[in-house]
Design a protein. Structure first.
Length: 285
């Protein structure tokens, strides 16, 4: 699948020559999710946006090959704005064809034991015992939906068909997402993780996805569960602090985009925009 390269736009640059992110305001019907939202977080975001009157950080998205945009990061922010009945949404649009835009996967480490095998079998899913090595091989070949590592060994979760992957993963995550605390991890060594995180539960290992997978899910009615895909995107736009009134007030999209570009230019002239190339640790999330 070929991904569309970004349409050339008028570029704003820092004095260093660094080009600012591509920030756009688009109609709500053009925006598509590839993952479900976390409704509790959405509800908190709705209250915060209403109270502050601003959206701090725009969702990140990529152009779809046909029309519209797929949200790569920011499903909760997008859902909050849709719930607030904003007719337009702000996006930081990135070039999905750019190899610097990377797609990785999170696995879920459960803090407490939850007897997933019993719960999943009760939903009609087939689980089979397998060594961690064999389970990883089957997952790489996409012959299973995911697998679970427990102190007693591995369990594979059957995949009825490739078209039912999102539904199957949603059923798996749905058994614990509201009843257990989850750590998102990249490692698949259960012993190491249990020691590092002082966790006593299982590890759910998910398949890797391609950018093509993300585009196809964006077009489908059923989305991936939240907290599985992980997009690594350089040059994120943070603290844009876009007034909610801009998104909810009357006016066409072109006029709102002109306002946005003028606001960015003003911030540039006022030395309000800074670029930090260093990798950063945040300790107040």
């Amino acid at each position: 699948m070929a991904f569309p390269h970004q349409t050339p736009r008028a570029e704003l640059r820092l004095p260093s020559g660094k080009v600012l992110p591509d920030l756009q305001i688009v109609g709500r019907s053009q925006v598509h999710l590839h993952e479900d939202c976390d409704q509790d977080r959405v509800d908190r975001l709705i209250g915060r946006i209403r109270a502050d009157g601003i959206l701090r950080n725009p969702p990140l998205a990529a152009s779809l090959p046909d029309e519209g945009f797929v949200v790569l990061d920011g499903a909760n922010r997008t859902s909050a704005l849709l719930a607030l009945e904003a007719p337009v949404l702000p996006l930081q649009v990135v070039d999905y064809a750019d190899p610097a835009v990377r797609l990785e996967v999170w696995h879920h480490l459960l803090v407490r034991p939850s007897d997933l095998s019993t719960r999943l079998r009760a939903q009609g899913l087939t689980l089979l015992a397998a060594s961690p090595f064999e389970a990883a091989r089957q997952l790489a070949e996409r012959t299973i939906a995911c697998y679970i590592l427990t102190p007693a060994g591995g369990l594979t979760v059957s995949l009825p068909s490739e078209q039912l992957l999102a539904q199957t993963l949603a059923a798996v995550v749905g058994t614990y997402k509201t009843t257990n605390h989850i750590y998102r991890v990249t490692d698949t060594n259960l012993d190491t993780l249990r020691s590092e995180y002082e966790a006593a539960g299982e590890l759910v290992v998910f398949p890797t996805f391609t950018k093509r997978d993300i585009v196809e899910v964006a077009r489908a009615p059923v989305k991936l569960p939240t907290g599985i895909t992980r997009h690594l995107i350089p040059g994120r736009a943070l603290r844009l602090n876009l007034p909610l009134s801009v998104l909810t007030s009357p006016g066409d999209v072109a006029a709102k985009n002109r306002w946005l570009q003028e606001d960015l230019h003003r911030k540039l002239l006022d030395h309000q925009i800074r670029y930090y190339p260093e990798a950063t640790f945040l300790f107040d999330e």
